[in-house]
Design a protein around this ligand. Structure first.
Ligand code: ZN
Ligand code: ZN
Length: 255
């Protein structure tokens, strides 16, 4: 995770430099608000209403892997609970099915770029939530990545992997697993943990950067891993943020 973030950061810095050198390029861009920045860059803008009073979630999904309405409603409720946005709009958009069996972060960025149609402007910030077939190219052995936040306003959910870890004996209900992973990745965009939102008290897991030390917290590292999350939602409940994480969000403009 740390190496991926560093890679994203480096690439974003390079893009930023290029943009600064060529200010004319911005006139071709539908938005002046940056969307190629590192995860956490927009934390305060998503949490507070200072720059954007409204939020729009563009859910892009491939055929057969549309998220449940229940999970998207849970995301809407979470945004209302933790941010100061006055209007939350969630729209679903079917995109053509990419053919890879496994996707790198670069592949995922390209899928977003080929399909993203809405950009933050005026009083509305736009978040892309991508739901894919196939799996993460970062999977190895027992580690199955269920989701990744990869830009300041973008995250991906490996919905086919979610399918394989839900709705069968001894596995959680799909809506519950989907909700947990969607909320976890969205919270990375909110800057958790220590990823653009400063910590009020130190609670970053030193072995798993950008995650919380509290073992039943939504931001515990196991929530985005197929083999780890099963233990965390065995009771059928979506893990909640602990008081450390909520305290950080409040201190950075959220609630
Ligand atoms: Zn995470
Ligand atoms: Zn926490």
């Amino acid at each position: 995770m740390k190496n991926i973030l560093k890679g994203i950061l480096l690439i974003c810095l390079l893009i930023s430099c290029t943009k600064d050198d060529n200010p004319d390029q911005d006139s071709n861009n539908p938005a002046n608000y940056p969307y190629l920045q590192q995860v956490g860059y927009s934390a305060k803008d998503i949490l507070s209403s200072t720059t954007f009073s409204n939020i729009y979630i563009e859910v892009m999904y491939v055929d057969g892997f549309k998220p449940s309405d229940q999970a998207l409603n849970n995301l809407r409720n979470f945004i209302n609970q933790r941010t100061f946005k006055s209007t939350v709009t969630i729209e679903k958009k079917l995109i053509s099915t990419p053919t890879a069996a496994a996707y790198s972060i670069n592949d995922i960025r390209k899928i977003e770029d080929d399909n993203r149609s809405k950009f933050s402007s005026g009083n509305q910030i736009v978040i892309v939530a991508l739901f894919l077939n196939g799996e993460s190219s970062n999977n190895s052995g027992n580690s199955v990545v269920l989701g990744t936040a990869y830009r300041n306003t973008s995250f991906v959910i490996f919905e086919e992997s979610i399918h394989s870890f839900s709705n069968s004996p001894f596995k959680p209900a799909r809506e519950v697993l989907e909700s947990a992973v969607i909320l976890h990745e969205f919270c990375h965009l909110l800057g958790l943990v220590n990823l653009g939102t400063a910590m009020v008290n130190n609670h970053e897991d030193s072995a798993h950067s950008a995650h919380c030390t509290t073992q039943n917290c939504l931001m515990y590292y196991k929530v985005e891993n197929g083999n780890g999350v099963i233990d965390m939602i065995s009771g059928g409940q979506i893990p909640q943020l602990d008081s450390f994480c909520i305290g950080d969000l409040k201190a950075n403009g959220g609630k």
